[in-house]
Structure formats: C-alpha cells, structure tokens
Design a protein around this ligand. Structure first.
Ligand SMILES: Cc1cc2nc3c(=O)[nH]c(=O)nc-3n(C[C@H](O)[C@H](O)[C@H](O)COP(=O)(O)OP(=O)(O)OC[C@H]3O[C@@H](n4cnc5c(N)ncnc54)[C@H](O)[C@@H]3O)c2cc1C
Length: 453
C-alpha cells in the first residue's frame, strides 16, 4: 500500500459514461444512411445492372464510400474519448478498431478492382491504370494512400505483426493516417457523389473536419498534456527479483480522478525512452499519496521501467479500463491473479468491504515471484476474506487444471453467486473464464482486462 498519512485521501472517481448501446447504434445507423443515401441519390441503385460499366461504376462508388465510413469509425474508436472508453474499455475499442480496419481494407480492395473495371471499358486496362494512378487529378496521391493502407493491412496480419516489436508495428500503423489523408481529395473531385453535389460535398467535408478535430482534441491534446505536465517517481521498491513497485506523484494529483483496477500508459521522459509507452495497472488504490504500479521486466521497455529512479519524469495517459469497483457493486467477489496481474487485484481489494466476502486466488510460478503478499494477508484479515495460492510450474501442481470448474467449486463453493475478476496472462484469463462459466457463473459476471495487441 502507498504510505498514507491522515492528510492523504483516495482520489475522486472518473465520471461514469452516460453513453448507451442504442446511442452508438443510432450513430452507426445515421452514418450508414448518409453514406448509402449519397450513393443512391447519385444513381447508385439505378446504375446497378444497367450495363457492365454502369454496374462497375456504381459498385466502385459504394465500396469507396464504405471504405471511408469504416476508416472514419475506426479512427473515432481510437480517439480514447472518455465517454467511449468508460463505457466499453480500451481493449474492446481497439478490437473493434481492428475489425473496422480489416473491413476498410476489403472495401478498398474492391473499390480498386471496380474502379479499374469501370475505367477499362473505353480505353482498356493499361489506359485505366494510367488514369487511376496519375492521369486523373489527385489520383497519384490516392494511389500512394491506397498502397500505404495496404502496407498497414499486411503488417497487421497476426503472423507478420508477431514478428515485429510492438513499437515498430505501432509506428508503421500510424502511416494509415497519411494514407487516409492522401486519398481524401480524389473523393471530392472524382465521380458523381461529391463533384457536382454541393450539399453532399460539404456534408462529407464537414464530417471529416469533425473527425480530425475530434482526434486532435481527444487524442493528441491528451498526449501533449501528459508530456507537458509529467508525474515524477516519488518512491520505488523491489518486492521481488525483476519486479519494481513504482509510485508516481504530481503537485496536482489531488485533482486527478481514477478508480482502483484501472491502468495507464506510462512513458519515461528520458532520452532514448520517451517514444515508448506501455500499459501498467494501478497496484494500490489511487490516492493523494501517489499512483503505484507494480511492474515486471518482460522485454526492453518494461525492463527499463524496472530500473527507473526516484525523480524520473513520467508522462501518464489514463486512467483507462473498466475492471473497476463499479462492476463488483455490493456482490461477493472472487478475484484471480496470475503473476504480476496481482497488481490490479490488490488495488481492487483495498476498495472492498467485508460484505464482499473476498476470495483471492494468486497463481505464481514460484514463491519468490510473489509480491504484496503481506498487504493481501492484512486486507483479507480485515475483511474476513481468504487468500488461496497456486504456486509452482504447471507440471508440479496437484491438479492438472487449477481453474477447472470442479476445482473452483471445491475451493469456492458459492462461486456461482460471485462476481469473478481475473488479471494476468491471456492463457490464465481463458482458463478462468472457461472454469468459472462451467461452475455456473454467468458470462456477464466474469470480467478481465485483456491485452489488445
Ligand atoms: C491493460 C494492461 C495492463 C497491464 N498491467 C501491467 C502491470 O501492472 N504490470 C506489468 O508488469 N505488466 C502489465 N501489463 C503488461 C505490460 O504492458 C507488458 O508486459 C509490457 O508492455 C511489456 O512490454 P516490453 O516492451 O517490455 O516487452 P516486449 O517483449 O516488447 O513485449 C511483450 C508483450 O507486451 C505487449 N506490449 C508491449 N508493448 C505494449 C504496448 N505499448 N501496449 C500494449 N501491449 C504491449 C505485447 O503483447 C508484447 O508481445 C499490462 C498490459 C495490459 C494490456
């Protein structure tokens, strides 16, 4: 726990999102009606089936518009707008962003195919390619844009992505912004949708301006503010080999709002490291004594974090995440942590009361890797809760699957009545979800913050 004195206080909570699924559905439906309406209004439906050229032109138009719509929606999802993030969580938003990115690429590919088909009719394939890669105004830019989006798509294929570092993949991914910007002008000047229809043109331009301002305000402003007003490392401790507990503080921390269980993107503001950012969870209730993170060295960036010194400036983006006390409410709770996943579980446990009858299951490979055990013991004593540990390599465990339904039911007989929270590696999350579901816990009462990469 952070060293708290009588003067320290738990930070205020972030506002709840008032966004409803129906609001999101209505926005999606509205945008799709606008897109399909623009296409239909300019002969899209009528041209289908008239002749091969007309059909190709019509399909060329609608696939182009749908590619843009998918791109716009995908960009909105990664603005990290608090209203969206607090409602759905960053992991889900990033996953939907990925689905929309894939949809955009498919529509874009179809758009290219139908464009070449439509333009081939008068002068042949060679003339079509020539016009579409530079002959027509802004088409050279659009072609470069399409190639850039193609590069981002290919490098996002899981097997290719896994062969790169996160940072390399991320910076290649940013090229998609340039690709989309380059393709914008040809949408306005070419084809019947916008070049001749003032209202449609300004609706489309206006929509893009709103999205650009949205990205600048929500994403880039937050990023810049995090760098301009950094936190500083106020304390460090090494609770186990290769692990660090870092406390960050700022003179204005009292104004900051965060929930136990949430996470931040941390960026060390030191030469050579400032461009790397990694997600880490609060491992103590956020208070005016500071924000504590427990970090394990897993790769280059997290290793650098485990060597951080008191006084280092750190830019923080967040808080993010929806695994907060709100999802527990007043229900009894079972929390399962794997390895360093114990961090968010400790911060959530600090927030509980005895009526939550908390049970914590802590899975670790060895005793020496276990951290914050004294804190958990003290908390469980105070709350009348229980701590179970599952220690050792898998092969050495008494049971082959410590999270099988029958094992969970034996240790936690009332598991079906509990909210289940799990934090740790993906394999552990999946095992607990499967076991808990089979043991009778409804899916919507099992919560986990997942990695999004
Ligand atoms: C929501 C969330 C909360 C987390 N909380 C903690 C915590 O409290 N303590 C802790 O020790 N670890 C935590 N992690 C994991 C931690 O972020 C990774 O261990 C760390 O990013 C490893 O990065 P690396 O560059 O050192 O290692 P690498 O070997 O480069 O990366 C290891 C793996 O980490 C992931 N990763 C790397 N960089 C990022 C990034 N910027 N964004 C997303 N994933 C990335 C990738 O899946 C990669 O395969 C959390 C992860 C997530 C998603």
């Amino acid at each position: 726990m952070n060293k708290r004195t009588s003067k320290t206080h738990v930070l205020g909570e972030p506002d709840q999102s008032r966004l409803l699924d129906t609001d999101v559905g209505a926005f999606l439906a509205f945008l799709t009606v606008v897109v399909v309406g623009i296409w239909a209004h300019h002969g899209g439906f009528n041209n289908l089936g008239l002749s091969a050229t007309n059909t190709a032109t019509s399909l060329d138009q609608i696939t182009g518009l749908l590619a843009s719509e998918s791109g716009i929606l995908g960009l909105i999802l990664i603005t990290r707008t608090p209203m969206l993030e607090r409602r759905y969580g960053l992991d889900r938003l990033f996953n939907w962003h990925r689905v929309l990115g894939a949809s955009m690429s498919i529509f874009l590919l179809l758009h290219v195919v139908f464009s070449v088909w439509a333009w081939s009719t008068p002068g042949g394939l060679f003339a079509a390619v020539k016009s579409l890669t530079g002959g027509e105004p802004y088409m050279a830019m659009a072609s470069v844009g399409a190639v850039l989006v193609g590069v981002v798509t290919i490098t996002s294929i899981r097997s290719i992505r896994n062969s790169m570092t996160y940072e390399m993949w991320y910076f290649i991914h940013l090229v998609a912004y340039i690709g989309l910007a380059l393709s914008f002008s040809h949408q306005i000047t070419l084809g019947a949708d916008f070049s001749t229809d003032k209202l449609a043109r300004w609706t489309w331009v206006g929509l893009h301006i709103v999205v650009v301002l949205w990205i600048i305000w929500s994403r880039w402003r937050t990023l810049i503010l995090s760098i301009v007003h950094p936190y500083k490392v106020s304390a460090v401790s090494h609770p186990a080999p290769g692990l660090i507990a870092v406390t960050l503080n700022s003179p204005v921390i009292s104004r900051h709002r965060a929930h136990a269980g949430q996470f931040y993107l941390l960026r060390q503001l030191v030469p050579g490291k400032w461009w790397k950012t990694n997600p880490f969870s609060l491992s103590s209730v956020p208070s005016s004594a500071g924000l504590r993170f427990t970090i394990k060295s897993r790769g280059e960036s997290s290793d650098a974090m485990t060597k951080i010194r008191v006084g280092t400036k750190v830019a923080i983006e967040g808080p993010y995440g929806v695994c907060t006390p709100e999802i527990i409410g007043n229900e009894p709770v079972l929390m399962v942590a794997g390895g360093v996943g114990i961090g968010p579980i400790v911060s959530l446990a600090e927030n509980l009361s005895s009526h939550h009858k908390p049970i914590i299951v802590y899975r670790a490979h060895s005793q020496k890797e276990m951290v914050h055990v004294e804190e958990i013991d003290a908390l469980m004593k105070k709350l009348g809760g229980q701590l179970f540990t599952v220690i050792g390599p898998r092969a050495a465990l008494k049971v082959s699957d410590p999270f099988a339904a029958e094992v969970l039911r034996k240790s936690v007989p009332d598991i079906a009545d509990r909210v289940v929270i799990v934090a740790g590696p993906e394999s552990l999350i999946k095992a607990v979800q499967k076991g808990a579901r089979k043991a009778g816990v409804p899916t919507d009462r099992i919560h986990a913050e997942r990695a999004w990469w």
